[in-house]
Ligand binder design. Structure first.
Ligand code: HEM
Length: 425
């Protein structure tokens, strides 16, 4: 048994780490055991085999205090332990299974096609703002069954996810005591932000559900959840499931699409390869999820003294499982820092592992594959024409801005559109 207090420089909440944590991970991965970061009073699990095992140890490592560094308890699916988790996830499992999401294929093609045509008509675009933000909003609101324009929902959901993860400590412990007034003020502000973002969205959803109760059923998730017997799910649980899906299915998707185009632009040989061999699109998505997981890490709380590797992590400790580091562990992936779309990516942790594995992973794959295929089909060239801006977050990897010049596919006349509406791939 060992215990390792980390004495190095790495701070997961520093601007450097948020900008690019990968050089630090390469160093940290030399450690054999999880590390205790005293200045943040948290444990860091980074080795692939440890992260995977820890993600599967849901009895020992609970999600009930939220999956961000800052402890918070909300009845979102990713913040609930068994047995409620199993019951609630069971209610949406089929809708998001590989077969379940196929129902939405034609719709997703149409949404992707329309948004890409708008971007192509613009020529020079910030594709994150113009295409990658609206696409998942349109998709998840339609699947869940939330009416209204994209913007209203976007405004309500934006900030909810981010507000879960405030880095409450303004400085490392060494510089700031936990009862420092500046930190207390920041914690209070963070808590208020979460409450107001969540209150806005729950208020909106309550109105939507009330209206839907009075209407005839449709093919969306709200109708499916209304059809479940009332002793298996309460009205509040339906509301929180809808909220979880609206929140979980948007920013993550935007971040993933941004990182995929970023990775391809910075690895032109790989971009050429997938252009020439579109059958590699699914592999490109898996390699992107390995290389740049949109959800870089999640937190858990130890419910008892738990063993990770040979290290005993004490009861009540906060534990970070770093999917980003684990996916670059050379013990598991040879030459892990190379982006290669033809590598074997089996078992990557880009969508998590264990009972909380992303329920939307198949929907995410379908959206990303459709987006990339249409982007390839409709352009001859894609060029970065300005500064790419990364999301500054300790939990997410993605882009806020990606200015591109899109050269439409030559010889096609008007932007292609008909094929995206046929439902074929
Ligand atoms: C590429 C985009 C996405 C990425 C990278 C991603 C990543 C993840 C990860 C890593 C988790 C595990 C969290 C944990 O272990 O605590 C997760 C959970 C979850 N994701 Fe995704 N996600 C994506 C897209 C989506 C979409 C489109 C939806 C909408 C259906 C969605 C809904 C959820 C939900 C509801 C959970 C909680 C599952 C549970 O606790 O059982 N995600 N996601």
């Amino acid at each position: 048994m060992t215990s390792a207090t980390y004495t190095g420089e790495f701070d997961p909440f520093s601007p450097e780490a948020m900008d690019d944590p990968y050089p630090a991970y390469a160093e940290l991965l030399r450690h054999e055991e999880p590390l205790y970061l005293e200045q943040r009073d948290m444990w860091l699990v980074i080795r692939y085999d440890h992260v995977r095992a820890a993600a599967k140890d849901h009895p020992g490592l609970s999600s009930a205090e939220g999956i961000a560094y800052h402890r918070s308890a909300l009845p979102v699916l990713f913040g609930i332990d068994q047995p409620d988790h199993t019951r609630l996830r069971g209610l949406i499992r089929h809708a998001f299974s590989p077969r379940g999401v196929q129902v939405w294929r034609t719709f997703i093609e149409r949404a992707c096609g329309e948004l890409l045509d708008e971007a192509l008509a613009t020529g020079d675009v910030d594709i994150v703002q113009q295409t990658m933000i609206p696409l998942p909003v349109r998709v998840i609101t339609t699947i869940v069954g939330v009416p209204g324009d994209d913007l209203t929902t976007l405004k309500l959901t934006a900030g909810v996810l981010e507000s879960f993860i405030p880095n409450a400590r303004v400085g490392p412990r060494a510089e700031l005591e936990p009862d420092d007034p500046a930190e207390s003020a920041l914690r209070l502000k963070a808590a208020k932000q979460t409450l107001s973002a969540v209150a806005g969205l729950t208020g909106f959803l309550r109105g939507v559900l009330e209206q839907r109760r009075a209407q005839a059923p449709r093919g969306d998730l709200v109708s499916k959840l209304f059809a479940v017997e009332q002793d298996r799910v309460s009205e509040d649980e339906i509301l929180w499931l809808c909220l979880t899906l609206l929140v979980g299915g948007q920013e993550t998707m935007t971040h993933f699409l941004g990182s995929m185009v970023d990775a391809l632009l910075h690895h032109p040989d790989q971009f050429r390869m997938v252009r020439e061999r579109p059958e590699l699109i699914p592999a490109t998505i898996e390699e992107t999820a390995r290389f740049y997981p949109a959800v870089q890490n999640v937190f858990r709380t130890a419910t008892t003294d738990v063993l990770v590797g040979n290290t005993r992590i004490p009861k009540d400790a906060r534990v970070e499982l770093s999917f980003a580091a684990a996916n670059r562990d050379p013990r598991r992936f040879p030459d892990p820092n190379q982006y290669r779309i033809d590598r074997i990516t089996d078992g990557h942790l880009g969508f998590g592992a264990g009972i909380h594995t992303c329920v939307g992973a198949h929907l995410a794959r379908l959206q990303a594959a459709t987006f990339l295929r249409l982007l390839i089909e409709r352009t001859d060239d894609i060029e970065l024409i300005g500064e790419l801006v990364k999301v500054q977050s300790p939990a997410f990897r993605g882009l806020d801005h990606l200015p591109l010049r899109l050269t439409p596919r030559s010889g096609t006349g008007a932007p292609a559109g008909a094929d995206s509406r046929t439902g074929t791939s």
